[in-house]
Ligand binder design. Structure first.
Ligand SMILES: CC(C)(COP(=O)(O)OP(=O)(O)OC[C@H]1O[C@@H](n2cnc3c(N)ncnc32)[C@H](O)[C@@H]1OP(=O)(O)O)[C@@H](O)C(=O)NCCC(=O)NCCS
Length: 222
């Protein structure tokens, strides 16, 4: 099993049927081939929808991945075990997709940049090997480089593995949202303060952390 982690970067288009990526090179927006992105979206959606209780439509995936493709990270298994044991078969990246994290970064109440981890999933066959932690770390680093003041997400209160994963990385529970999901279950909002102003706010709210311990220059990423 050889896991490759990478940013989801669809190729730049030479086709007319393209979508416009907000990032620019030489002041020109990038164009991505729509067909390739849609194929990748299908693979990403298939992996995520296996476990999430919310039945997200394709529009939700398009919303995130078309606008923030650079904040989507994937894990590919280049050597799935069945290929090692039997005859190797040529499989494309999307068939070997074993993990994905989908995020966005946007101004929140016009004053600060808020990163949001929208979806995270690892194939059942590949869990417990640190794949989710690595993907989340890559996404967090990228959002911090792009100016995030804080990073937030929601997780089901019963989802112990996800809560454990995020709390190990320094996320704190900031509120409980009742009947947040369509299946009627509650969610915790988790927050990772990055910049000083967010850290102070959440430390005061949670009243649990020693602010002095967190102080590390201006940036507070734990
Ligand atoms: C949650 C999920 C992404 C974890 O993926 P993973 O690759 O197995 O996670 P990692 O191997 O990186 O584990 C990181 C940490 O998460 C926690 N964790 C992972 N699986 C766990 C489990 N079954 N029980 C308790 N904690 C668990 C542990 O703290 C672990 O750290 P450790 O190995 O040092 O103990 C995966 O179980 C999954 O896809 N679940 C379904 C989708 C989902 O719930 N997504 C999150 C929505 S908020």
């Amino acid at each position: 099993m050889t896991i490759i982690y990478r940013k989801y970067e669809p190729p730049i288009s030479s086709l007319t049927e393209a979508f416009v990526d907000p990032r620019q090179i030489d002041n020109k927006p990038l164009e991505r081939p729509r067909e390739t992105v849609e194929r990748d979206l299908t693979a990403i959606r298939k992996l995520i929808s296996l476990d999430l209780s919310e039945p997200y439509g394709i529009y939700v995936y398009r919303y995130f991945i078309y606008q923030w493709p650079h904040l989507c990270f994937i894990a590919i298994d280049n050597e799935p075990s069945e290929q090692v044991e039997s005859k190797p078969t040529e499989k494309s990246d999307e068939e070997n997709l074993v993990g994905v994290v989908v995020c966005k970064l946007a101004p929140h109440r016009t004053v600060k940049m808020r990163g949001y981890i929208a979806m995270l999933a690892v194939a059942k066959t590949h869990r417990g090997r640190g794949i989710a932690s690595q993907l989340v770390r890559m996404a967090i680093d990228c959002m911090i480089d792009d100016g995030a003041h804080e990073i937030v997400l929601e997780a089901e209160v019963e989802n112990e593995s996800a809560l454990q994963l995020y709390e190990n990385m320094g996320f704190m529970r900031s509120k409980r949202m009742y009947r947040y999901y369509m299946n009627g279950s509650d969610a915790f909002r988790l927050v990772l303060p990055v910049k000083e102003e967010s850290t102070l706010r959440y430390c005061v709210l949670s009243n649990e952390l020693d602010i002095g311990q967190l102080h590390n220059g201006n940036d507070m990423y734990i």
